[in-house]
Design a protein around this ligand. Structure first.
Ligand SMILES: O=C(O)CCC(=O)C(=O)O
Ligand SMILES: [Fe+2]
Length: 200
């Protein structure tokens, strides 16, 4: 029985396509990857500027890539480290299921409910037109909110499960915004890996 296929959910929305695999990784594999990625990632906390004021980004991040091409977003420039063995293995499995190729991964660590990722689209120039972004979630379940920039009734939420894979496709990054909101609840850490393909 093909559990991955069985668990696949496909959402066709105006200007976006989403595929969600709630059980992409087994519980055992997801637990193991959570531990390895927590330990091996060279976590950094950058400063971000919001309306001229400087703040610490409300989460820790790490960037890994095939090339040494930097990635910049929200006035931050990140320089990649080479892929680790674990990241290569995860990347291979995500490429197999998605039929896409990725050369960069941005890793986020949300230490608790105070950590977040504000409304944004991953629409940086170096990702090109209609990028496919593959997002793997490990650890605490957090709601992923997304809303259309213009069609106000188009707002949704997916609770991203431990070991799940979310593929964002089509025009989504140009027409929609997404976020991981803060919460007052006492929650455990969550790690998210977003695989991307940077054009050179
Ligand atoms: O943590 C997530 O699920 C989303 C991360 C994200 O949107 C990003 O890194 O661009
Ligand atoms: Fe994003």
């Amino acid at each position: 029985m093909d559990l991955l296929k069985e668990g696949k959910q496909h959402l066709k929305l105006p200007n976006a396509e989403i595929e969600y695999y709630p059980n992409f990784l087994s519980e055992v594999k997801a637990n193991r990857y959570f531990e390895i990625i927590s330990d091996e990632t060279n976590w950094q906390q950058d400063n971000i500027k919001v309306f001229g004021k400087t703040y610490k980004q409300p989460r820790l991040t790490g960037l890994y890539g095939e090339t040494n091409q930097p990635y910049s977003y929200s006035n931050i420039i990140m320089y990649p480290r080479p892929f680790t063995k674990t990241i290569m293995t995860i990347k291979r499995d995500i490429e197999a299921i998605s039929n896409e190729k990725f050369n960069t991964v941005l890793i986020n660590l949300y230490r608790d409910g105070n950590d977040s990722n504000g409304w944004h689209g991953d629409n940086e120039k170096e990702l090109g037109m209609n990028p496919v972004i593959a997002s793997l979630s490990l650890g605490e379940v957090r709601p992923f909110h997304f809303k259309h920039r213009k069609l106000k009734e188009e707002r949704y939420k997916i609770n991203l499960q431990h070991g799940s894979l979310l593929l964002m496709k089509g025009e989504m990054q140009h027409h929609w915004l997404h976020q991981i909101a803060k919460t007052k609840k006492k929650i455990d850490p969550r790690i998210n890996l977003t695989f991307r393909r940077l054009l050179n």
